[in-house]
Design a binder for this molecule. Structure first.
Ligand code: GAP
Length: 428
């Protein structure tokens, strides 16, 4: 069983990720996130937002609509360029993107002959209103970026920023992907965290280098094994239509190296295109000198791919346990509270008091099933950094045992110092 299979099974069994529409036989390449999964997704998003929006003076957050006027996608070049040539095997009927095949003459799965390539729109088309006439067509956004470009003027007018500055957004993207699979690595809808970073044109390359460093540091700070990360530059024919230079951070997944995040140098492509199509002036007006179109460097972080990567990277099998050594800030629960024995009322009562006093302050779990060993096993498997046990001594000394997930070391901590103790550990 590969680590991917183990993560898929753990994720389902423990409530991280469920197959989409499961009771109806599923809908391929869609997933639902359970109580633990959604905590983890939110933790990732909150850390990102805090790091890039709340802690920075010059990056402004927005939350734009998923549905936009279709002219947005005509101007951005997506209607024309977000297309792939698709071939289908006449034998096994598997479909492939022609540009991703090493040998285009036969099916890599069964050796069968291919159909002629058909162009395939990567955006989901939808209709606004009761009719499905052409006038009511729009698309589900394949990237959040365009919502930021079309609000560029609003940000200039309301926030009065000076270059360099960024616009950031977290939200859903939808892509009618042809090659799918590998669990939540590539799905039809996913969440992305994007920044459009506007700089003067002569600063574009330098900004690209700065963001390269920053994206790497974000992963390092989350504890990802750096030996499993590398940068890969896109060849010219591989780059998106808007990009002058693209580099991906790749991670070594169980199925091979794959894109985790992308960094693109979009230049003034988008602002110019939207200016032309909308007739609006989307230039930046410096204090001195002529107005101009700023250049854009765009770091994009997939939320779900971050989660998959962190789960795989954290997965460890040790002699007597499976443990997710997740960074405490992304772990679904920060701590779990147990009474040593579930049938002793005074222990349960005291443990419940502690649990309730921590509720709302920390993401906290309660467990009184099985014996203490089973509970440690169960919390290790979902990456809970601290387990708090109320034992018979607790009734006398008002202290509890706190066990560290990674070292398995136990410390005695006074109940009135417990919250501070855990918060310090989480910060440290
Ligand atoms: N605005 C730039 C942009 O959309 P991208 O490289 O196409 O760039 C950005 O996508 C990131 O979104 C990827 O690096 C990946 O993390 C995530 N991503 C892309 N397609 C995905 C899919 N089908 N399923 C899950 N995540 C995806």
């Amino acid at each position: 069983m590969s680590n991917m299979d183990k993560i898929v099974s753990l994720a389902k069994r423990r409530g991280f990720v469920f197959p989409g529409s499961e009771i109806y036989g599923g809908l391929a390449n869609t997933y639902d996130y359970g109580p633990l999964g959604v905590e983890m997704l939110r933790n990732i998003e909150n850390l990102w937002w805090e790091r890039y929006v709340t802690s920075r003076k010059n990056i402004f957050g927005i939350h734009s609509s998923i549905l936009m006027n279709k002219k947005v996608w005509e101007a951005s070049g997506h209607v024309e360029s977000f297309m792939d040539a698709l071939v289908e095997c006449k034998e096994c009927h598997r479909r492939f993107r022609q540009d991703k095949l090493e040998d285009t003459s036969k099916c890599p799965e069964c050796g069968g002959e291919f159909t002629d390539p058909k162009m395939f729109q990567g955006m989901f088309k939808t209709f606004i209103g009761a009719t499905d006439e052409d006038a009511s067509v729009t698309y589900l956004r394949p990237e959040t970026a365009q919502g930021m470009f079309i609000n560029f003027k609003n940000i200039l007018q309301t926030q009065r920023p000076t270059l360099p500055f960024g616009i950031a957004q977290i939200g859903k993207g939808f892509r009618n992907e042809i090659t799918l699979g590998n669990f939540i690595f590539r799905t039809l809808e996913f969440d992305m965290m994007e920044i459009e970073y506007f700089v003067s044109p002569d600063k574009g390359e330098k900004s690209f280098e700065d963001w390269k460093e920053e994206m790497w540091k974000w992963l390092k700070d989350l504890g990802v094994d750096e030996k499993k990360l590398k940068w890969r530059e896109h060849a010219k024919d591989e780059r998106s239509h808007y990009s002058k230079r693209t580099e991906d951070i790749e991670y070594e997944y169980p199925f091979g190296w794959g894109e985790l995040y992308g960094l693109a140098y979009r230049t003034d492509y988008d602002l110019k295109k939207h200016s032309e199509k909308s007739g609006q002036d989307l230039k930046y007006y410096p204090e001195k000198g002529d107005p101009f179109y700023p250049h854009v460097v765009e770091p994009t972080y997939g939320v779900n791919r971050t989660m998959l990567t962190l789960l795989l990277d954290a997965y460890h099998e040790e002699d007597d346990r499976v443990v997710l050594k997740l960074h405490p800030k992304v772990a679904p629960f920060k701590a779990a509270v147990f009474p040593l024995l579930a049938n002793k009322e005074d222990l349960v009562g005291k443990a419940k008091e502690i649990y309730e006093s921590l509720l709302g302050k920390l993401s906290i779990s309660w467990d009184d099933r099985g014996n203490i060993g089973k509970r440690y096993f169960s919390q290790d498997e979902i990456g809970t950094p601290y387990c708090i046990t109320v034992d018979f001594d607790s009734l006398k000394d008002d202290a509890v045992t706190v066990r560290d997930r990674d070292t398995k070391k136990q410390e005695r901590v006074a109940i009135d110092k417990l919250l501070g103790y855990i918060e310090n550990k989480l910060e440290g």
